[in-house]
Write a protein that binds this ligand. Sequence first.
Ligand SMILES: *[C@@H]1O[C@H](CO)[C@@H](O)[C@H](O)[C@H]1NC(C)=O
Ligand SMILES: *[C@@H]1O[C@H](CO)[C@@H](O)[C@H](O)[C@H]1NC(C)=O
Ligand SMILES: *[C@@H]1O[C@H](CO)[C@@H](O)[C@H](O)[C@H]1NC(C)=O
Ligand SMILES: *[C@@H]1O[C@H](CO)[C@@H](O)[C@H](O)[C@H]1NC(C)=O
Ligand SMILES: *[C@@H]1O[C@H](CO)[C@@H](O)[C@H](O)[C@H]1NC(C)=O
Ligand SMILES: *[C@@H]1O[C@H](CO)[C@@H](O)[C@H](O)[C@H]1NC(C)=O
Ligand SMILES: *[C@@H]1O[C@H](CO)[C@@H](O)[C@H](O)[C@H]1NC(C)=O
Ligand SMILES: *[C@@H]1O[C@H](CO)[C@@H](O)[C@H](O)[C@H]1NC(C)=O
Ligand SMILES: *[C@@H]1O[C@H](CO)[C@@H](O)[C@H](O)[C@H]1NC(C)=O
Ligand SMILES: *[C@@H]1O[C@H](CO)[C@@H](O)[C@H](O)[C@H]1NC(C)=O
Ligand SMILES: *[C@@H]1O[C@H](CO)[C@@H](O)[C@H](O)[C@H]1NC(C)=O
Length: 666
Amino acid sequence: MAATIILQIAAGAALVQARPSQTLDRRVNNGLALRPPMGWDSYNHYACIPNSSIVESNAQALVDLGLADLGYHYVITDCGWTVPDRTANGTLTWNETSFPDGFPAMGEYIHSLGLGFGAYSDAGIQMCMNGLPNQTGSLYHEDMDALTFTSWGVDLLKYDNCYSDKDAGYPDADYNPSSPLAFRFETMRDALEKTGRDVLYQVCEWGLDFPSAWAPAVGNTWRITNDIIPAWRTIWRQINQFVPSASYAGPGQWPDLDMLEVGNDIFTEAEEQTHFTFWAMAKSPLVIGCALNDTMTHVNPSSLAILKNADVIAYNQDELGVAANLSRRYSDAGLDVWSGPLSGGRTVAALVNWNNNTVDAALTLPDIGLQSAGRVKNIWSNTSAADVVTSYPAQIAPHGTLLLELGDTTPSGVYKADRCARMHDLGVTFPNVSGITDSAAYTLTIYAQSRPGYCELEVSTSASSIKTKVLLQGGSATVHISLLAGIKNTITIGGSHEISSVHVSPPHDTFYPSIAFTTSGIASHYNCTPGLCAPVGSKITNLAQNGSASLSIPRASHAVPGSRYVEITYINNDVATATSWGYGTNTRNITIAVNGAAPVRLEAPLSGRSSELFSPMKGWGDPATLGVLVSGFGDGKGEDAIVVGNANGDAGYQAYGADFVGLRIF
Ligand SMILES: *[C@@H]1O[C@H](CO)[C@@H](O)[C@H](O)[C@H]1NC(C)=O
Ligand SMILES: *[C@@H]1O[C@H](CO)[C@@H](O)[C@H](O)[C@H]1NC(C)=O
Ligand SMILES: *[C@@H]1O[C@H](CO)[C@@H](O)[C@H](O)[C@H]1NC(C)=O
Ligand SMILES: *[C@@H]1O[C@H](CO)[C@@H](O)[C@H](O)[C@H]1NC(C)=O
Ligand SMILES: *[C@@H]1O[C@H](CO)[C@@H](O)[C@H](O)[C@H]1NC(C)=O
Ligand SMILES: *[C@@H]1O[C@H](CO)[C@@H](O)[C@H](O)[C@H]1NC(C)=O
Ligand SMILES: *[C@@H]1O[C@H](CO)[C@@H](O)[C@H](O)[C@H]1NC(C)=O
Ligand SMILES: *[C@@H]1O[C@H](CO)[C@@H](O)[C@H](O)[C@H]1NC(C)=O
Ligand SMILES: *[C@@H]1O[C@H](CO)[C@@H](O)[C@H](O)[C@H]1NC(C)=O
Ligand SMILES: *[C@@H]1O[C@H](CO)[C@@H](O)[C@H](O)[C@H]1NC(C)=O
Ligand SMILES: *[C@@H]1O[C@H](CO)[C@@H](O)[C@H](O)[C@H]1NC(C)=O
């Protein structure tokens, strides 16, 4: 955790000179955390005032409530266990009032319960104490402190970052540190390794200099965000910061979204489900941060049920160790789709309702790369379904999440007749055929087991119904068809052919680089350092509400009027640090409007994968891509006028939009 000091740093301002990057030639080598670590930590509920009775009663509760059996193993005493000064011989020691039998004795108690003993220290001259009396930190004492911890039987060390910046005079929380942070965390890693005891090592530098790029070589987990705060808005900020770190998760190395707030009576049940779902799918450590049981309180049954959901825990602990990522964002509707692979060929997917009202929505399977699923488990409603095709509708509570586990799936575009079609006297009908875009250039392949012959194909959308004769030979036939975006399409194949499946592929796409666009108002072209802003090498930046970038695209002769699926390649490296306590979101908006129709908004998460602090404009050169459906495309001869901008930018939290690299139209 970091002290709540508010230091407003303007986005992109105060860039310091680049320094040589660290040589990180090896990984942390302790064989631990092959699955994301699970446990309990004192900070979220008890702040920096833990004591042995609190820690022991919560440890006991992990066992009594069945949480230990589900994998919650480590019991971590966070800030506040020490005293202002070291002992006469220079070692760290505990507060004797709060830990009357001694910190090591508490460790023995934790071990006697079969649990792991977690300790806390800091890579600075003092520990984070949230304004409470100063307590000495581990900086310059790493070897001695590592020996002290291991002599006490410590199994895990959480290592914080307050009072660490020498050149700045060791301020409490420094969000603009004068030198890269890796070095201090490596020193403690090396000290722990020298002791010969395997200690799970948690790097906690609040995500300041994109630790996902270096911390896998240093710790088993690393914090990728500033502290979680006890307010709903924290979830949106943190998940938007997680996006560029998703691919760094793996056995032994886990991006850490911070301790859980489930059970602290801050969130509604639906919000706690969203929070827990997300942390689990992201492969974050699952560290309980509530009072499970003490003399004043105990965890409420609904929160406990969430923390104990065996399926959700299993997604976190899955042997593949691949974190879910953002598949599709519907910003105007306030919905996100996240998904990731699980062992056994399964997929876990979440549809998150960011609105503070109930919505009727549907998880669209093509959004997660699938068309159908033989088995679907709806986790939070504890129901299951068979043979789900294209979409799974559900009502989602305010700030709630539809969480699905899908098995026996087909990839997007593949419709198996036995699962997806209805047989009837006149042939076979596939009722729920989906399109990503309005186009006459889809490719349909029909697979049949019958002898060669003609069949009658009818493709119906809400706009048209087209019949053609198709020759099936060699078991298949391929034709171009028209489909509309969404699930408004039906394919019927007449006759008695034994149709086994149909495969639908989307139309070709065309990429339009930002360099082809003309800016007006506040918006400018920017040439990036070679290798950055791929695939264009430049971008349009500083998109203010009154700025835009326009391009007119000649229509293809066969173009269908209506909506197009457009993938926007954007850059956002506006990282929330000091603003984390307030309204920092880690997002920036970008809008796209066609032929004067209402703009479609994408609220872009972070895309940068390197620290702006020590390599200026590099994180602002790392693009990412997300798709939106844009209406307003015309037909006949002529051109479609595309306007990329930041419509209503002044109404939001951040007046400037995401940088624009290019877009791909399907
Ligand atoms: C909670 O703590 C009390 C003592 O304060 C103890 O009697 C009770 O068994 C504990 N309950 C659980 C579930 O650990
Ligand atoms: C030990 O902790 C207690 C309770 O937080 C505090 O009042 C006291 O000052 C601490 N003692 C030392 C020596 O820091
Ligand atoms: C340092 O002193 C403390 C008590 O003040 C003692 O518990 C500890 O064993 C000593 N450590 C060493 C390495 O001498
Ligand atoms: C720990 O704090 C609780 C109050 O939060 C108190 O009831 C208990 O006596 C304290 N125990 C010790 C050992 O200080
Ligand atoms: C505590 O630390 C702060 C910041 O380093 C310092 O200004 C202050 O003098 C210290 N107080 C004590 C009592 O050491
Ligand atoms: C998201 O995850 C999928 C499946 O693991 C992977 O194929 C894809 O590359 C990931 N996307 C990003 C941006 O990491
Ligand atoms: C959501 O709506 C409820 C009920 O209207 C309200 O109590 C709550 O404060 C709202 N939450 C947020 C984060 O606005
Ligand atoms: C889900 O429902 C089944 C009965 O259909 C029940 O045995 C199980 O405990 C329920 N799971 C949860 C997490 O509520
Ligand atoms: C088509 O999708 C709708 C929901 O979008 C569903 O109610 C219906 O059962 C589906 N039909 C088939 C045959 O899967
Ligand atoms: C354009 O918007 C920017 C940022 O919102 C603002 O600073 C600037 O004054 C505006 N310029 C005009 C000409 O309106
Ligand atoms: C994006 O736009 C929405 C709608 O205008 C607004 O609520 C939100 O604050 C904006 N986000 C940022 C980062 O400005």
